[in-house]
Design a protein around this ligand. Sequence first.
Ligand SMILES: Nc1ncnc2c1ncn2[C@@H]1O[C@H](COP(=O)(O)OP(=O)(O)O)[C@@H](O)[C@H]1O
Ligand SMILES: Cc1ncsc1CCOP(=O)(O)O
Ligand SMILES: [Mg+2]
Length: 270
Amino acid sequence: MVNNQEAASVLQKVRQANPLVHNITNVVVTNFTANGLLALGASPVMAYAKEEVADMAKIAGALVLNIGTLHPEEVEAMLIAGKAANEAGVPVVFDPVGAGATPYRTETARNIAAAVKLSVIRGNAAEIANVIGETWKIKGVDAGEGSGDVVALAEKAAAQLQTVVAITGKDDVVTDGKTTYVIHNGHPLLTKVTGTGCLLTSVIGAFAAVEQDVLKAAAAALISYGVAAEIAAGEAGEQGLGSFQIAFLNALSRIGAEEIGRYGRIEQKG
Ligand SMILES: Nc1ncnc2c1ncn2[C@@H]1O[C@H](COP(=O)(O)OP(=O)(O)O)[C@@H](O)[C@H]1O
Ligand SMILES: Cc1ncsc1CCOP(=O)(O)O
Ligand SMILES: [Mg+2]
């Protein structure tokens, strides 16, 4: 069972090791992702050229692939980087941004999941459903009040994709197909700042770089991230979205065992 104390200790390991996280991500979130990883205590790098991605992925602590603004050359680079990371034993975390929105996105997400051995796939419920060929009845990013359907979807995706699956929304679900956790942290303001899902995927990469138990790493990242958002909302939520974004970066840089112990809400489902 992953608890708050263990989550805080993985966060501490990130701060001590400053793992290099190689991101091949989208143009919308690049700067926010780099600053969010720095705030947390990791070392971000963005590298996209097919001539260098294999070399960069091999020396990284984790590789993060994100198809938010995909194009063919970038997809080619992702496959090269993913295979190099697999050969070097570097964990690969995948964000299938917008899977289901266009056939190209859906096909590319499925191709990457098939060609690269993923440690974690992180998306909202609709994206994960589309990657595994399910239709998802809830539109948008809100997974709804209950998490029963999302738990079933996550477990099905983990079995099908043979990876840890994190489905985020009001509650976050993370599973390796055998053990499933629901994390009741986060804040609705996260949905009003672009890139908070993408940054979270990269944060999972930072945690996976320092913790070999991938399920524990992902759960610890989700708790830490959600708690930081709650702290930021309390400090700056009423001032507006710009202030919330900055307060969130501040909270990522400050949170530790005390805050996670006080506010972390993780529940084991099975
Ligand atoms: N309604 C909500 N209430 C609280 N936290 C939320 C809510 N919706 C999303 N989050 C949080 O926002 C972060 C990004 O998740 P999500 O919005 O699902 O990603 P994406 O932007 O990729 O769709 C996660 O930490 C998640 O827990
Ligand atoms: C707006 C937008 N368009 C293409 S990628 C992107 C950012 C998506 O970020 P997130 O999924 O974290 O909200
Ligand atoms: Mg997203």
